[in-house]
Design a protein around this ligand. Structure first.
Ligand SMILES: [Zn+2]
Length: 157
């Protein structure tokens, strides 16, 4: 678990699953970002990311193509309109009641992206990033179970 001011994503995946909203109890589609190849930058120091890790709490503006790909996977997330600033973060929001769903709740063990039951891994869809990009404000979150699960997610088809 590290904090990073900047994350270069040379390769990675979008993961999409559903999560039960804590407010209204409906299932809502949720999407998170995983980096498999890239670097972290922190206080002028750079180092390679050596295992697949979640990229959470992305607080920067991202290239429109990146936002578009995520929107195609999960239209619930909202697409920035022309004239507006590009999306300022990648927060998931419940489509039923509008409650913000924090990344921390999604990437914890037993959550939708770290299922404790291997059978639940088939409920996660995995889409490669179309292009490398840099997230200027983001946190890299390592979970030791993720690399093994990622193989299940990506071999599902
Ligand atoms: Zn809700």
């Amino acid at each position: 678990m590290d904090h990073a001011m900047k994350v270069d994503l040379d390769a990675g995946y979008w993961l999409t699953a559903t999560h039960r909203c804590t407010q209204c109890r409906h299932e809502a589609p949720v999407t998170v970002l995983v980096v498999t190849e890239g670097c972290e930058h922190w206080n002028g120091v750079m180092w390679s990311i050596d295992q697949p890790s979640f990229v959470i709490d992305v607080g920067c503006e991202l290239p429109l193509e990146v936002v578009r790909q995520r929107w195609l996977l999960n239209p619930n997330l909202g697409m920035p309109t022309v004239g507006e600033r590009t999306v300022s973060d990648l927060a998931n929001v419940c489509q039923h009641c509008g409650t913000r769903i924090e990344d921390d709740d999604l990437v914890e063990p037993g959550g939708p992206f770290l299922p404790s039951n291997p059978a639940s891994a088939v409920l996660v869809s995995c889409t490669p990033l179309e292009q490398p990009f840099t997230a200027n404000e983001a946190e890299v979150w390592e979970e030791d179970a993720l690399p093994g699960l990622l193989q299940r997610f990506s071999q599902r088809d």
